[in-house]
Design a protein around this ligand. Sequence first.
Ligand code: ZN
Length: 301
Amino acid sequence: MGFKLVNVDGRAALASDGHYYDLNEISGGAVSDDPMQALAAASQLSALNAALGGMTPAGNLADANLLAPVPRPPQGFGIGLNYRKHAEEANMDIPEVPMVFTKYPASVTGPTGDVVLRSNYVDYEGELVVVIGAPAKDVAVEDGWRHVAGLCVGQDISDRAVQFASTPPQFNLGKSFDTFSPLGPMVVSPDALDNPGALRLTTRVNGEVRQDDTTGDLIFDVPALVSYLSHIMTLQTGDVIFTGTPSGVGAVQGLFLRDGDEVVTTIEGLGTMTNRCVRGPDHPNATAVTPFVAGIAARKD
Ligand code: ZN
């Protein structure tokens, strides 16, 4: 049961068996064609999905121009150091409370969108992304999943030079350049997955596997994150939570993204995103020798 929501050229659609169905059309106008509005109608989407057998698809998914299924999240959150092995590779303590930063919504791009690199210190972070359905305020952990419209694949692209430019470090800007939040290819409702709490996640760069783990290893899992954040601010329909990345990021290996690199991110049951890297002009800190950059240089010597 449940549903798979896609954004085809700006219109909300349901995906099923290789086809897509225009939501506004199949609902007789009852559900908006705006993907953000559709996220508020989870129970209607499930009912429509159950009736797809008698409906005519609008086209083949393989031919569709899929954009970010959550194109304009009201709020975007990122969670740092949420996998044990990643905290260890980053030489950081295992957090006792979630380490939260902002992914500004302007950074969202789609599942095939280009990622524009503005320095030579840009990194990939494959992540499970939670999309909020019903607004959440002071929600108990055991009720956390009830506020999740669905899950999707995400990349928390990070300019490490900016992330560590100030003292103490401030992650928000380094993770919020334009195009630094690829989302897609679809939002899958939790009840459409056999085990939404443990999904295999891989990131490949130019075909080489860099990250391979399961979301079952999250230190703070999906309901715990929804609960925690909801005690601080009201989570709104369409908010996205990047839940953290497993080990294997480029920075610890000195492997930063380069012009022309292809980043392929897959999560079991949620699909695959393929994003190409394009080198843009330097940002103001791109060539500054910060302690982070000096550390990278020292490691290479
Ligand atoms: Zn991250």
